[in-house]
Design a protein around this ligand. Structure first.
Ligand SMILES: Cc1cc2nc3c(=O)[nH]c(=O)nc-3n(C[C@H](O)[C@H](O)[C@H](O)COP(=O)(O)OP(=O)(O)OC[C@H]3O[C@@H](n4cnc5c(N)ncnc54)[C@H](O)[C@@H]3O)c2cc1C
Length: 258
């Protein structure tokens, strides 16, 4: 509601476009994504239940997944919104769906910034696993997944030791798992297509600076338009984003900032 009000204060003439945008976010807020099971564990009944639960969301998705943020921004008549709106997700051809879903998840508090950063997030999973009796072996790169009769039965580590298990799950990236650890023996056109045909997500560069002052009164996230665009690796950038991490007290002592 606050976002809608703020945008309407900034650009009263764009009331209709703003309402369409906010309606998209609200539709995503109401959709509950099914995360209780991995997709491959869904049976036919689960599938039907899922379809009825997800149908309002699928309708929203069909509409918004085809509209790049840059194109939607052109519908605002207000010059500030036209310029500022696409900067909030400044990636080429990024669909509106990604923006709506992110804002909806943040509203529902199912997405956000974990205090302590991603390491603390991983540590929480580690603690839970260890408390439940699990064991973790760090610094143990896997060179091969052992396969017998087309079933994964264990792993061989880079140091040559073999470890067998009833269930083998790779949490490594798909390419290493499919092409290195399984030696490319279990691929089809669909899997190969993921690596050969899908567009590569543009890399992001983040520079973290420790600064001996605080920045009271400034918002945690600011996007500065550049006076002159900068071209890096063939792509023109018209803005630079700054995150002031004072909302995370674990990153810097009092009075200092990352
Ligand atoms: C630029 C960028 C920005 C992103 N921003 C966000 C964000 O803001 N919010 C968000 O939620 N997500 C974000 N993501 C997505 C998020 O980072 C990934 O979805 C997430 O890290 C995937 O976690 P994972 O554990 O499945 O895989 P990974 O993090 O890829 O971990 C796989 C691990 O397997 C290890 N490994 C590989 N081969 C072997 C081997 N042979 N033996 C042993 N280990 C091996 C790798 O070293 C790696 O540590 C972003 C991704 C990118 C690329």
């Amino acid at each position: 509601d606050r976002l809608e009000q703020h945008m309407k204060e900034l650009a009263p003439a764009d009331k209709k476009v703003i309402e369409e945008f906010i309606q998209g976010i609200r539709a995503c807020i109401r959709s509950d994504l099914p995360i209780e099971k991995a997709p491959e564990l869904y049976g036919r009944i689960d599938g039907l239940k899922l379809l009825s639960k997800m149908s309002p969301f699928l309708r929203v998705m069909r509409k918004w997944k085809r509209i790049p943020i840059q194109d939607f921004a052109k519908r605002f008549s207000d010059p500030f919104l036209r310029q500022a709106f696409p900067l909030s997700f400044d990636l080429p051809d990024f669909p509106m769906m990604g923006m709506l879903a992110t804002l909806a998840w943040m509203h529902n508090k199912s997405a956000g910034y974990p205090v302590g950063g991603s390491l603390e997030f991983s540590r929480a999973i580690e603690r839970r696993y260890l408390d439940s009796g699990g064991e973790i072996h760090y610094r143990s790169p896997v060179s091969k997944i052992l396969v017998e009769n087309d079933k994964a039965v264990g792993v061989r580590l880079a140091d040559g030791t073999k470890h067998r298990g009833n269930i083998v799950i790779s949490a490594a990236d798909g390419h290493s798992t499919v092409f290195d650890m399984l030696e490319g023996k279990y691929i089809n056109d669909k899997i190969r297509g993921y690596y050969d045909k899908l567009p590569v997500f543009p890399p992001l560069v983040q520079v973290a600076l420790g600064v001996a002052r605080s920045f009271e009164g400034l918002p945690p996230s600011i996007i500065y338009p550049l006076e002159e665009p900068v071209t890096i690796a063939g792509r023109e950038h018209k803005s630079v984003g700054v995150e002031i991490h004072n909302f995370d007290p674990t990153l810097a002592p009092q009075g200092k900032t990352v």
